[in-house]
Design a protein around this ligand. Structure first.
Ligand SMILES: Nc1nc2c(c(=O)[nH]1)N[C@H]1C(S)=C(S)[C@@H](COP(=O)(O)O)O[C@H]1N2
Ligand SMILES: [Mo]
Length: 423
């Protein structure tokens, strides 16, 4: 027995030495960076008994719906102050503050064109009509009687970051119109089968019950593949910002097509050519034509730690971690460069690697304290490789706005400060 304890103790000590030693923080053991200066001023550290052990904590019921610790109050949505945030608005997920792959519901990104409606689920209906045998109107109770399913998928606005000049400071500024949740609802295929599709049915035109009446045309193949009518998000009912009480989820398709507050599905032979698929959400190419109905979000990744706005406290061991995703399927590989793109190493992927979901990657790194540029690139299971920003500009020209899936490199200065290397 005692030899096991010795072995554990020995490996714990080795680990500690390997990960936390290095630079100026090495001196007296595990006292690091800013923690060390704050530590001197408090009586709450070992060997003392901290003040929060000396009296009972808050009583049960003081928070019937839990909220984060007051010490996490800065972990909030990133809402740009440069944009007028009223009718057309967006708030970004603080990706650099999150771990794992699931976005907490309160931090899920939001993008709306006509404000967030407050919808009474008892008065909400979904109409299904057009090229079907039996037009139907569903209440929320009707939809919950169908067999349900839960799946984890990312959702990303195709206007992410929504500017062609890479001036963002943080991972959230650059790709924060991206989140990932476990969605629960009913397969759209089942609901379409209930109505009976006519052979001419080629498109489904989805309409939201917001003031924007946001409307998008969805190819029938996607509707019959993995589209879902979603009523829950990470276990609880959808948030109003995410489309309460019902949204369309089209895994891997650009965010805009995932119609929130879904009220109508019109089955047709032709697309609607709505505002959102003609004047918006298309890309003007150098030859004067526009790329439309691009649907899928291409493979993309970003390092979230260390990332812009953060600071490495000391040279030595640092884990590089981030997220990768592809609208086409699974992430096959993520490669990380710590030498400004000269060489690339394969990062470890966190299991399970899911289809059309965020995938967390990690690479152990020894920072030598010299200036460095770090970046990641995703490769999906179709073999597609995430391009550099320069490669993307060469193909698309300077006029494109949507579907920017470029690599975002971070510059690390000698003092550990991390900034956007392209800005
Ligand atoms: N009805 C409706 N659906 C909508 C929108 C909207 O404004 N109205 N915005 C779209 C856009 S542009 C995006 S990126 C996603 C955002 O979903 P989220 O706010 O849940 O993140 O919803 C899409 N669905
Ligand atoms: Mo969007």
């Amino acid at each position: 027995m005692s030899s096991t304890i010795d072995a554990d103790e020995k490996s714990a000590r080795t680990t500690r030495r390997r990960f936390l030693q290095g630079g100026s923080a090495a001196a007296g053991g595990i006292v690091l960076g800013t923690g060390a200066s704050r530590a001197a001023e408090t009586e709450n550290l070992p060997p003392n008994v901290p003040e929060w052990m000396k009296a009972p904590g808050d009583p049960m019921g003081s928070q019937p719906y839990g909220t984060p610790s007051p010490y996490e109050k800065n972990v909030v949505k990133n809402i740009s102050k440069n944009l007028k945030q009223y009718i057309s608005a967006s708030g970004r997920t603080p990706l650099q503050e999150l771990d794992g792959i699931i976005t907490p519901n309160g931090l899920f990104y939001e993008r709306h064109h006509g404000g967030v409606p407050t919808i009474d689920p008892a008065q909400h209906r979904l109409m299904l009509h057009g090229m079907v045998e039996r037009p139907l109107i569903f209440s929320m109770d009707d939809l919950r009687r169908f067999p349900s399913e839960s799946r984890i998928h990312f959702l990303e606005c195709s206007g992410n970051p929504g500017y062609t000049k890479p001036y963002g400071k943080t991972a959230s500024d650059l790709v924060g119109l991206l989140s990932c949740a476990e969605w629960t609802g009913v397969s759209l295929k089942l609901v379409l089968q209930e109505a009976g599709l006519k052979p001419e049915a080629k498109w489904v035109i989805a309409e939201g019950a917001d003031a924007a009446a946001l409307t998008r045309s969805i190819p029938i193949e996607k509707c019959l593949e993995d589209a879902m009518l979603v009523y829950s998000q990470n276990g609880e009912r959808l948030r109003p910002q995410q489309g309460y009480p019902l949204r369309l989820l089209l895994p891997g398709f650009e965010g805009n097509m995932n119609v929130k507050w879904l009220r109508r599905l019109h089955v047709t032979a032709e697309p609607a050519y709505s505002r959102e698929e003609t004047s918006k959400y298309t890309d003007l190419l150098p030859d004067g034509t526009a790329r439309e109905f691009s649907f899928y979000m291409e493979a993309k990744s970003i390092i979230t730690r260390p990332s812009g706005g953060q600071r490495l406290s000391a040279p030595g061991f640092h884990e590089i971690t981030g997220i990768a995703w592809s609208g086409h399927g699974k992430i096959a590989r993520v490669e990380v460069s710590v030498d400004d793109g000269k060489s690339w190493q394969e990062a470890r992927l966190q299991e399970p690697v899911l289809t059309r979901a965020l995938t967390r990657f990690r690479l152990p790194w020894q920072w030598d304290g010299r200036p460095a540029v770090i970046q990641s690139r995703a490769i999906d299971d179709t073999g597609y490789v995430q391009p550099t920003f320069a490669e993307l500009l060469a193909v698309r020209g300077e006029n494109f706005f949507y579907h920017n899936n470029a690599i975002w490199p971070w510059r690390i200065a000698a003092d550990g400060e991390v900034t956007n290397a392209l800005a």
